[in-house]
Design a protein around this ligand. Structure first.
Ligand code: CP3
Length: 354
């Protein structure tokens, strides 16, 4: 099927574009009143993820409001541990929780690979529904968590600030953690390949908590498994390359290592300067980022100035996908996102003149 807007895929391939493509991490979500309305009708958050028609509706909501160059599947990274039987639930205002955290070597040994079709088929249904509804408007991004980031939630049993249980496992019983990460890497490969077969045209791996690790631990417990994933993915589908984006939050100091594992692009948070990142790895990968999402709490003039600064930092030429440096906050004013988009559309074409 023909794509009406392939800017995002072109930028990932570091090919010329007319303006810098943009999407926002967590672009479908609670900052949008129309999301909150559908969310309210759906029951629980997981009910919403499992209802293909509603998941499709909320995926498309930000595209109705803003001139975005990609859609991202509405789902969550924690669908895999849920499919492994950990019992995911969300308590209002408290974030994700698991009924059965995985704290011991025995608990790790008892886990098995989920059956993607049986246990996660609802995600593929959503992908197919969204692809059909998009009808070539923009590409659809599939995603997963990194094995390390998934393991943090599985071992802690909830969101964490210090990662005390999973780090205790890392230092006391690295073998068990490796066993868990290896299982998760295999599950992520199956899951992302199923999303690609169902119609995802690019995939992103979210390593939200990689930056909490020491340098050697990052390489051994996070990056190594993302490398396995990249090596296991379908890279061509429907006659087109399926690009892979790796995003390690707070991973800027490891950029050369991340760029060396075979992805098409690396996502950056705002603590790494885009221009510096381009000088370091721009010959190997496209770069995605990296406006501080909290800039969107400032007034439109300040938002515009910061968009200008991020564009100038990357500089002229292809290979930049504009994004936030992390997910958009639920407290963001949707009109401030409009100001962000307007600034980007006004300022970015100058960076792409022949
Ligand atoms: O628009 C999109 O980007 C697609 C949907 C998406 C969600 N979660 C929906 C969601 C994506 C890509 C994610 C990824 C995700 N989920 C990550 C990685 C990205 C990041 O932000 O670092 C992580 C760590 C999670 C785990 C997770 N899910 C948390 C910590 C929470 C609760 C806190 C929060 O930010 O809301 C969720 C729930 C969740 N996932 C919501 C949404 C829209 C809000 C729940 C609700 O609507 O009730």
């Amino acid at each position: 099927m023909e794509l009406n807007n392939d800017r995002f895929l072109r930028a990932l391939a570091r090919q010329p574009v007319d303006r810098t493509p943009v999407w926002m991490m967590r672009q479908a979500g609670r900052y949008l009143p129309e999301y909150r309305e559908v969310r309210g009708q759906a029951g629980s958050f997981m009910d919403l993820c499992q209802d293909a028609a509603r998941a499709c509706e909320v995926t498309l909501q930000p595209l109705e409001r803003y001139p975005l160059d990609a859609a991202i599947l509405f789902s969550d990274i924690l669908t895999i541990p849920d499919a492994m039987g950990l019992g995911l639930y969300f308590e209002t205002g408290e974030g994700p929780k698991f009924r059965k955290p995985v704290r011991t070597a025995e608990a790790v040994a008892a886990l098995s690979l989920p059956d993607t079709e049986r246990d996660l088929g609802y995600v593929m249904n959503a992908v197919r529904t969204i692809r059909a509804e998009l009808n070539g408007r923009v590409p659809l991004i599939g995603f997963s968590g990194s094995p390390w980031t998934l393991a943090t939630y599985m071992v802690e049993g909830a969101s964490s600030k210090d990662f005390r249980h999973v780090k205790a496992m890392l230092y006391d019983d690295p073998q068990s953690l490796h066993r868990l990460l290896d299982l998760l890497a295999r599950a992520v490969i199956d899951y992302l390949n199923a999303q690609i077969r169902a119609g995802a045209q690019a995939v992103q791996v979210f390593d939200t908590w990689g930056g909490a690790l020491s340098t050697p631990a990052y390489k051994e417990f996070s990056l190594r498994y993302m490398e396995k994933i990249v090596a296991g993915l379908i890279r061509e589908h429907e006659g087109r390359r399926v690009p892979v984006i790796l995003f390690t939050k707070n991973g800027g100091q490891w950029l050369e290592d991340i760029a060396a594992v075979g992805s098409d692009a690396v996502g950056l948070d705002w603590t790494t300067e885009l221009g510096d990142a381009r000088a370091r790895v721009g010959h190997r990968v496209a770069l995605q980022g990296n406006l501080d999402p909290n800039v969107l709490f400032a007034r439109p003039a300040a938002i515009r100035a910061e968009v200008a600064r991020v564009l100038a930092s990357y500089g002229a030429g292809p290979g930049h996908i504009f994004n936030l440096g992390h997910g958009i906050s639920q407290f963001t004013d949707p009109d401030h996102v409009s100001a962000f988009m307007a600034a980007l559309h006004e300022l970015s074409p100058a960076y792409h003149q022949a």
